[in-house]
Write a protein of this length. Structure first.
Length: 155
């Protein structure tokens, strides 16, 4: 009778690590939610996985970010690091192709955390729900999460 009420849209952690609110991001574009609301994860590994079933819309030429559309029609962006665009793709490997349909948990990209950090860049994995009017319920903030953890609900 008082079971869990499923929201319209759910996202799982795109990587393992400590989950934080996007407002804690050192890049104002993200912290001020100029692109939309979301979370960031201080990663404990260098793999980013699909947070939901989705279609890959575009991959940045510098391999540090990609855009996707969920099966429910929500537009998402995953961005690895702060100012990592300056690495011009170095230390990043893309695992998917544009227009590919992927299931939640499929590896999307890999990155070398140690090498990126050595060059002075942060490696936070930022997940943004682009320009959504829906209310965002964030789960597990300031906790360790894995890609099996539900971290965001909307609807």
């Amino acid at each position: 009778m008082f079971g869990f009420i499923k929201k319209d849209f759910e996202l799982y952690a795109p990587t393992d690590g400590v989950c934080k609110d996007i407002t804690e991001c050192s890049d104002a574009t993200f912290s001020q939610k100029l692109l939309g609301d979301g979370i960031m994860i201080d990663p404990s590994e260098g793999v980013v996985k699909a947070p939901c079933n989705c279609r890959i819309c575009s991959i940045f030429p510098t391999k540090h970010a990609l855009m996707m559309k969920s099966s429910q029609g929500m537009e998402l962006m995953i961005h690895v690091g702060i100012d990592t665009v300056k690495l011009d793709g170095q230390h990043f490997e893309i695992c998917v192709k544009p227009e590919e349909k992927v299931k939640r948990g499929k590896p999307l990209l890999r990155f070398d955390r140690e090498e990126i950090n050595k060059k002075g860049f942060e490696t936070s994995v930022i997940l943004v729900v682009l320009q959504s009017e829906k209310e965002c319920c964030k789960l597990h903030l300031n906790e360790n999460v894995t890609t099996n953890d539900l971290i965001l609900q909307m609807g």
